[in-house]
Write a protein that binds this ligand. Structure first.
Ligand code: ZN
Ligand code: ZN
Length: 263
């Protein structure tokens, strides 16, 4: 899992495996019906209708913007009132779906039940539903949110890295799987208040030295499976910006409403 720290390259067998996979029926990661793809046509259509990028969202934190009864979107200088009050270190957040929607079970199957095939299914969904985000990108580095070494030993894999491995990336976007590291912490974010969470996150993330010069002045995309309060991603963006990264975007599979806690 820790392997080489070099940029990730596509496995040579990937196309062959994809071809073999397309000939064998697989179950949809949402409805479990056997058919040809990791998500069936009906579920894909449903997810497309519910995708967060189809509704007006704050570009910074990715949450729905409040709409008045008259249909007017409440926005201040392109940000929601929360981001205006406390501007995050990250510049942009793009989320595929709502936490309370159809994909929650699929993410839990991957994360807590070691169903690694779901990583490919979730990546295929991103490739399909978020293809505009993949096409119109300036050169950037993609960093999956890391687990601590201890957590990695417990779980056996990093779900964010497993999903990003299967994204179809344009050539200007380079996956750096091991540039960002995380110390271990026993602190549980569940039920913690904002100040305690912020204190616990302070100093938790760091860069591998060899990447510091390379990332200065560059755009970086941080990939996470779930974004709740945004505290974790904000702490990562703080570290990135302190090393001279010029622009930080978040790519997130599931976005929760702000009042929920991290999982
Ligand atoms: Zn389905
Ligand atoms: Zn916002």
């Amino acid at each position: 899992m820790n392997g080489s720290c070099a940029e990730y390259t596509q496995p040579p067998m990937k196309n062959l495996l994809r071809l073999i996979g397309s000939l064998i029926p697989t179950s949809c990661i949402l409805c479990n019906r056997y058919q040809a793809n990791t998500t069936c046509e009906q579920c894909l259509q449903l997810l497309g209708q519910q995708a967060l990028n189809t509704t007006p969202c704050c570009p910074c934190c990715g949450l729905d913007l409040p709409i008045t009864t008259g249909g007017k979107i409440l926005v201040h200088d392109q940000h929601c009132s929360h981001c205006v009050a406390q501007l995050p270190y990250f510049d942009l957040s793009l989320s595929m779906a709502r936490y309370e929607g159809l994909l929650k079970t699929a993410v839990h199957q991957l994360k807590y039940h070691r169903r690694l095939a779901y990583a490919m299914g979730l990546a295929n969904l991103w490739n399909s539903l978020m293809k505009n985000s993949l096409m119109q990108l300036p050169p950037a580095y993609l960093l999956p949110v890391p687990l601590s070494r201890q957590k990695l030993r417990e779980r056996g894999f990093n779900q964010c890295l497993e999903i990003t491995r299967h994204l179809t990336l344009p050539k200007q976007l380079k996956l750096l799987p091991h540039a960002l590291r995380r110390h271990h912490s026993n602190f549980s974010q569940i039920s913690a208040n904002r100040n305690d969470r912020q204190r616990a996150l302070n100093g938790l993330f760091y860069f591998e030295r060899r990447y510091i010069d390379r990332l200065a002045g560059q755009s970086v995309i941080v990939f996470d499976d779930v974004m709740t309060t945004g505290s974790t991603l904000n702490e990562i963006a703080k570290v990135l910006k302190s090393h001279g990264v010029s622009h930080v975007s978040n790519w997130v599979i599931l976005r929760t409403p702000r009042q929920l806690v991290d999982v």
